[in-house]
Design a protein around this ligand. Sequence first.
Ligand code: ADP
Ligand code: MG
Length: 340
Amino acid sequence: MESYTANYRRQLPTDLMKIVRETTEFALINRYFKKLTNSREDVVLGIGDDAALLEVPDDMSLAVSMDTLVSGIHFFEQVAPESLGHKALAVNLSDLAAMGADPAWVTLSLTLPEVDETWVYEFCRGFAGLANQYGVQLIGGDTTRGPLSISVQVHGFVPQHLAMRRGGARVGDDIYVTGTLGDAAFALKQLKQSKSPSALAPLERLERPQPRVEAGLALRHLAHSAIDLSDGLLADLGHILSLSGVGATLQLETIPLSAEVASAMGLHRDWSLIVAGGDDYELCVTLPASDREEVAEIASGLGLFITRIGQIEKQQGLRCRDSNGDHWSPAHLGCDHFSS
Ligand code: ADP
Ligand code: MG
């Protein structure tokens, strides 16, 4: 039989490791997360207890959304941690924008293979920069060890009757997108071909997307339906169509492109990359044709393209037409993590 001491000795390193690990976990929380973002008055109790205590305004619905970024799937392991901190929050704020919600609080679950304080510092810098831009307070989270992955949950407020749902599109609605499409997919394609990106703007769109929060807040008064574009226009608009029980036709040549993507593609537009590439984090909104002038005013007020790209129709399905009016269909629809 093994002696008690031998058994004890064998266990010691693991137990000590655990203590060290726990100390580091709390040190990390205190050093980096506790005061990372500016305080809000509606946070009664933030980081440091078993749960946060929060006050939702009486006349508002609480909009809640969560997204996970996994190393090797959603980002390259070598990506700058500052960009990753920004993007982890940005993709979540994009979901709130698509509901027309005003962001308020965020929780952060970090799984780290090791404690690299420089990495954590830089990650926090990117995260806090965007959080403070929108007055979002970090109110809790979890910190564990394992393969690098980041889960973020955001909370925002929206008057119930103004929330933009996916299922509200009506026959005759115009279809709009904000910003330009295809930049992130274009940058990703260049990175995968291990070409250094020829233009920096598309790479910036891939690594540091800007959530369209202001556009969501402005458009919620007009929109019948909305979604944010994370998996590609065709796949995401497809969700609006199926939930609304309608179809649509898109005019491909009206889809707004950045100068960089337009010039890199020349006359032979790679429509698959533009409408199925993903990672755009723009909004796609449907609203009545009678509101075109108001949309133009919102767009010029925000200094953001909000471009009409098609129309909702009774005939089910999604049809794309090129500049000759010819039918075009993609090789694949967009990103789906479980498709074969
Ligand atoms: P518990 O063991 O009760 O789950 P934790 O030790 O996980 O508590 O967390 C202590 C406090 O620190 C909690 O308020 C929690 O929300 C917060 N926290 C932990 N990790 C993070 C993080 N990555 N970001 C923000 N807050 C965090
Ligand atoms: Mg915990």
